[in-house]
Design a protein around this ligand. Structure first.
Ligand code: SAH
Length: 236
């Protein structure tokens, strides 16, 4: 089944952009996912195709109009979850991404200017999602980030199905360090354990490294991880 993305934007030329190359681009060409770009301006009603207006109460900038956006959403809306990319939103996490990738797709509204009329968010049941604590000039790059993260998890997109399971965040830890040939690079060797052929030692080393990196770099993730009950073995 095709995973369906609909993106609502006033800059349709920004898509597929980076989603048209590499893993995502191949998967798009293969029909693993589809991309439907809705030009919000097509849903304006005046001859200037106006999508924004001045903020009620005054202040700088412009606000995207609820009526125009509602028509744009209604032209594609179905049972898929709907999102508004927004610095005020819930932070995007790998857990959210993998939940989304297991569904049938997403509808994403890209803001511009100062954002959208607040009434639209509730009226069309949009979940606000942030890609980090900084402000972009528009939601398009944020939408592309969220889509890229979902698409690589769709069945068949990554070379090895397994490669999604082992990486940063999937167990609540940052990933262990990776190495490849040459064996000696500028005088530095690959750790002996990794070339010794003992898989259980490799696994133990990787877990230790992942734990230590997470503890040093991301105390927030470490607190959550170390407070979890330990994963039980195959019989428990
Ligand atoms: N005035 C707004 C920022 C508007 S930036 C505020 O202070 O909250 C314009 C648009 O860019 C937003 O509507 C949103 O769609 C997008 N955007 C900016 N930063 C983002 C972020 N960190 N995550 C997701 N979307 C973002």
């Amino acid at each position: 089944m095709t995973w369906r993305a609909s993106v609502l934007t006033i800059f349709p030329e920004m898509f597929p952009g980076p989603l048209g190359v590499s893993l995502a681009g191949k998967a798009l060409a293969a029909g693993t996912w589809s991309l439907d770009i809705v030009d919000i301006r097509d849903h304006a009603t005046d001859k200037h195709r106006t999508v924004d207006d001045t903020p009620a109460g005054g202040g700088p900038g412009m606000v995207m109009k609820a009526d125009v956006l509602a028509r744009a959403i209604d032209s594609v809306a179905d049972q898929r979850p709907r999102f508004f990319m927004s610095p005020r939103g819930v932070p995007l996490t790998q857990a959210k991404v993998s939940e989304l990738a297991r569904g049938d797709g997403a509808l994403i509204v890209c803001g511009r200017f100062e954002g959208v009329d607040e009434r639209l968010i509730a009226a069309r049941n949009l979940q606000e999602i942030s890609i980090g604590d900084y402000v972009l000039s528009g939601g398009e790059l944020a939408a592309a980030v969220m889509l890229d993260a979902c698409i690589r998890l769709l069945p068949g997109v990554m070379g090895k199905e397994a490669s999604g399971l082992d990486e940063s965040f999937s167990e609540g830890l940052l990933e262990y360090p990776q190495f490849t040939r040459p064996q000696i690079f500028e005088g530095q060797t690959i750790p002996d354990i990794l070339t010794g052929g003992d898989h259980s030692k490799v696994a133990k080393w990787r877990l230790e490294q992942a734990e230590s990196l997470t503890r040093q770099r991301r105390p927030d993730l470490w607190t959550a991880y170390s407070g979890q009950p330990k994963k039980s073995g195959p019989n428990g």
